[in-house]
Design a protein. Structure first.
Length: 123
């Protein structure tokens, strides 16, 4: 007589191992998505801060030329945010130039996101 045993379904250990693998995969995917979205927001802020600084450079070279060394600051709206900027001017290597430094941060932030240095002709 032939004895046939039929085994149907999964054992408890197989189910537990499958759940551990699934949950580890889901956590890894969640971390990647979270990291990517954080990087996108940081990159967007950096880009907008750079554009604020570029706007300030354009104004420095055209209608808001500095006459002497000093510090100016203000705010600007861009990308549905308020950006705070600070410009400092100091004597350059010769009397013909002023050196400028522009720092930009978002309102409510304690750290500057973008910084740029340059020179302007002293008239």
């Amino acid at each position: 007589m032939l004895l046939v045993t039929s085994k149907k379904g999964f054992s408890l250990i197989e189910v537990v191992v499958a759940l551990v693998i699934l949950s580890t995969s889901i956590l890894a995917i969640y971390k990647v998505i979270l990291s990517t979205s954080t990087s996108v927001y940081r990159l967007e802020d950096h880009y907008l801060a750079k554009e604020v600084a570029n706007n300030r450079i354009t104004l420095i070279h055209t209608i808001e030329k500095p006459k002497k060394s000093g510090i100016r600051n203000g705010s600007m709206q861009m990308g549905n945010k308020t950006w705070l900027w600070e410009e400092s001017f100091s004597d350059g290597l010769t009397k013909d130039f002023l050196e400028y430094r522009i720092l930009v941060k978002s309102e409510g932030s304690s750290n500057f996101i973008y910084k740029i240095n340059g020179y302007i002709v002293n008239e």
